[in-house]
Design a protein around this ligand. Structure first.
Ligand code: PLP
Length: 351
């Protein structure tokens, strides 16, 4: 008998690569190409390091209040965590405690099945249709909970708001998590529905639309009771999830609405400009409401294009997974970065 027999063995999530080389065009993890709001840099310079001796505020009130103000919801309906990955993991642990399977699509954020396995939660991955859209009626059945990323990742496709509401409504006996990591880039949030459905948890993040992936800030909205249950689990796990800089800098970022709108609009404009250029080069993709485009070439293999781009210092994301191995997920960078991408693709595809 070895100690290894009693080890909890897991197959971890594989995050996108963070290459150490400079001068690379990094379009592989959907980071924002623009810096965080100006107040963030200014406050960081002024930060009093002596303050780090003390523990941070366990209630995270500075950040919770700023989020509550921005979204005009009561602070009792806001939860924050170390990126939405932390928020989602806590939510899985809190709300998915049934013998029935939790449901989510076969093609979606690839962390969901990792958490389910880690926590021993039964789950079923329901196949997306051939066009990568969700069939709502697949979710009208007994289950232990539902997770839907909307817009979905890595497809970029947004689900119809009424169809999503119908899923939430028909599953009032379980918690429905809607992961809105990309909703700011043109999607419609279900946040207003938290007052109508007490089983709805809406999760968002600072990592994409607020340019702060490196600070690790995520948040969620739900009815007061739902948030209370989530907090109880958080406080049974780690009282101090959020560090002092994250609380302050996150609050400052969310307070600058003008900068947020400006950078988001720039990314949307770049995405819309790039769509026809990719089409001209022979790429096929569903309409994206996110800061990435999930595209497949009509002739050349995904793997070949991926490798050829890499050789030219451009990194995109690709999965060796069923149904999507021909696809490349291309994050929207600056206009200049996207022009270089298009030029490289022209060369690779000899067009
Ligand atoms: C990026 C992403 C997350 C995680 O974001 P963090 O807040 O950086 O942890 C969650 N869900 C989806 C669908 C994402 O794409």
């Amino acid at each position: 008998m070895s100690w290894e027999e009693n080890v909890r063995k897991v197959v971890p999530y594989t995050p996108g690569e963070q290459p150490k080389i400079k001068n690379i065009i990094k379009l592989n993890t959907n980071e924002n190409p623009y810096p965080p709001a100006p107040a963030v840099a200014a406050a960081l310079k002024e930060m009093d390091v002596d303050d780090f001796r003390k523990y941070p505020d366990p209630t995270c009130s500075r950040l919770v209040d700023a989020i509550a103000d921005f979204y005009k919801v009561d602070k009792s309906k806001v939860f924050v965590g170390v990126g939405s990955d932390d928020v989602l993991a806590m939510a899985f642990l809190t709300f998915f405690n049934s013998d029935k399977p939790v449901l989510f699509p076969d093609i979606t954020y690839s962390f969901y099945d990792v958490w389910a396995k880690l926590f021993g939660i039964p789950f079923e991955q329901l196949p997306l249709k051939d066009d990568f859209t969700i069939e709502p009626s697949d979710y009208y059945r007994e289950n232990g909970g539902i997770v839907i990323a909307n817009p979905n990742a890595p497809t970029g496709i947004e689900m119809d708001a009424n169809a999503l509401e119908e899923i939430i409504k028909r599953n009032s006996d379980v918690v429905v998590i809607v992961d809105e990591a990309y909703v700011d880039f043109g999607g419609k949030s279900v946040l207003p529905l938290i007052d109508k459905y007490d089983n709805l948890l809406v999760v968002q993040t600072f990592s994409k639309s607020r340019s702060m992936a490196g600070m690790r800030i995520g948040y969620a909205f739900g009815c007061e009771k739902l948030i209370k249950y989530l907090s109880d689990v958080k406080f049974s796990f780690n009282s101090y999830t959020m560090n002092k800089p994250s609380l302050e800098l996150g609050a400052l970022a969310i307070e600058d609405e003008e900068y947020f709108n400006e950078t988001r609009d720039k990314i949307i404009a770049t995405r819309e400009r790039v769509k026809p250029l990719l089409k001209e080069l022979g790429f096929e993709f569903a309409d994206s409401k996110t800061n990435f485009i999930f595209a497949k070439h009509s002739e050349k293999s995904g793997k070949e294009i991926f490798t050829a781009l890499r050789e030219r210092g451009i990194i995109v994301r690709r999965w060796d997974a069923p149904r999507i191995s021909e696809y490349l997920r291309i994050s929207i960078g600056t206009d200049e970065e996207m022009d270089k991408l298009i030029a490289a693709l022209k060369e690779i595809l000899e067009r």
